[in-house]
Design a binder for this molecule. Structure first.
Ligand SMILES: *Cc1c(COP(=O)(O)O)cnc(C)c1O
Length: 346
């Protein structure tokens, strides 16, 4: 029995052709194709300005920097997310404020944030696995909001906050191997990032950094972006096939029912850690690979040595969440195997 991997990158003939065109063009560093990719995002998001960079983490850093975040500013982040958020904040000498997440859709608990925390200058609101964080509530309270869209694309996310950030790492929705992009409606943040990402041949000096994307990556990302509607459709089909056979007592992450929202992961929540581990082994025995999306030791409050009791939902998700294969080129036979495996779990 062949193993169904949890993730698989899909490279089509048109992707190869797009890269080959760059390779034969004589210009492979940042150039016209990066500019075209930025244009694609401006078109998709209906205006504003975009700046492509080397990674999602670089984009997060540049987004906060462009909003004027600096030494001592408090930036709220969800605990159930990745260290990239902390890295971007610390690079600016700012202070992370870790907030617990909601159990239903795994996004930052904005209610907690607004009632239990003191002055917050900014927030990185992660649209976790595609589910939308409550960005409007943050903006209404005057909190500068970075929409972390590294796990959401092709949907409505990114338009409400002060700036949106995307990643094109190998396992994301579309990829260039590595890569990131930031977008904002007024363009001030994108322009400050554009100034920062290139240090060579500048009229005035201040410390900048090489955060550029190559035209090779941009060509691959652009080629995949053209398929975003198909990707969304296929991912939704697979999600529905799994939901239809979800065993009793298991729940799936909420917030992904809206047909415009692209489900990035299919994450099941079990009743206990023991049940999660038996589900994991049940699927593994049938050749279905799964991952634990975020382990306990990776939770941001644990990295910062804060009291785990203050973050009960993140702690619970680390123990009970399991992610199943969900990507556009899963074969029908593979989807059926996952479906049958779910059906036979008791
Ligand atoms: C992947 C990811 C990042 C970081 O992006 P990189 O391109 O890997 O640097 C940041 N935030 C979230 C939510 C992500 O999923």
């Amino acid at each position: 029995m062949t193993k169904i991997s949890h993730n698989r990158v899909l490279i089509t003939d048109s992707d190869r052709l797009a890269i080959d065109n760059v390779l034969t063009s004589g210009w492979i560093a940042e150039g016209k194709v990066v500019k075209d990719l930025e244009g694609d995002f401006v078109n998709c998001l209906g205006g504003g300005k975009a700046c492509a960079v080397s990674s999602g983490t670089a984009a997060l850093f540049l987004a906060l920097r462009g909003l004027g975040i600096g030494r001592g500013d408090h930036v709220a982040v969800p605990s159930y997310s990745c260290a990239a958020l902390l890295n971007a904040i610390y690079m600016l000498d700012a202070e992370p404020l870790v907030v617990d997440v909601r159990l239903d859709d795994f996004t930052i608990n904005v209610e907690n944030l607004l009632t239990d925390y003191g002055h917050i200058r900014a927030c990185i609101a992660v649209h976790c696995f595609g589910a939308s964080a409550d960005v409007s509530a943050l903006c209404e309270r005057g909190i500068l909001t970075v929409e972390d869209c590294c796990q959401s694309l092709g949907g409505p996310q990114g338009l409400i906050g002060d700036v949106a950030v995307f990643s094109f790492y190998a396992t994301k929705i579309i990829t260039g191997g590595q890569g990131g992009l930031l977008w904002d409606e007024t363009g001030g943040v994108a322009e400050s990032a554009r100034d920062f990402r290139e240090y060579d041949g500048r009229k005035s000096y201040f410390p900048r950094f090489n955060f550029q994307m190559t035209d090779i990556s941009a060509a691959l990302i652009r080629s995949q972006l053209r398929r975003i509607d198909q990707i969304l459709k296929r991912r939704r089909e697979i999600r529905h096939a799994y939901i239809d056979v979800l065993p009793n007592g298991l729940t799936v992450q909420s917030g992904l029912d809206d047909p415009n929202i692209l489900p990035y992961r299919f994450v099941i929540r079990t009743a206990s850690e023991t049940q999660r581990n038996s589900l994991l082994h049940h699927l593994k025995a049938r050749g279905v690979s799964t991952i634990i999306p975020i382990e306990g030791f990776e939770l941001l409050h644990r990295y910062l040595k804060l009291d785990p009791k203050q973050f009960p939902n993140s702690e619970s998700l680390a123990k009970t969440a399991l992610s199943l294969p969900l990507y556009p080129d899963l074969l029908d036979t593979e989807i059926n195997r996952v479906v049958e495996s779910l059906k036979s779990f008791t």
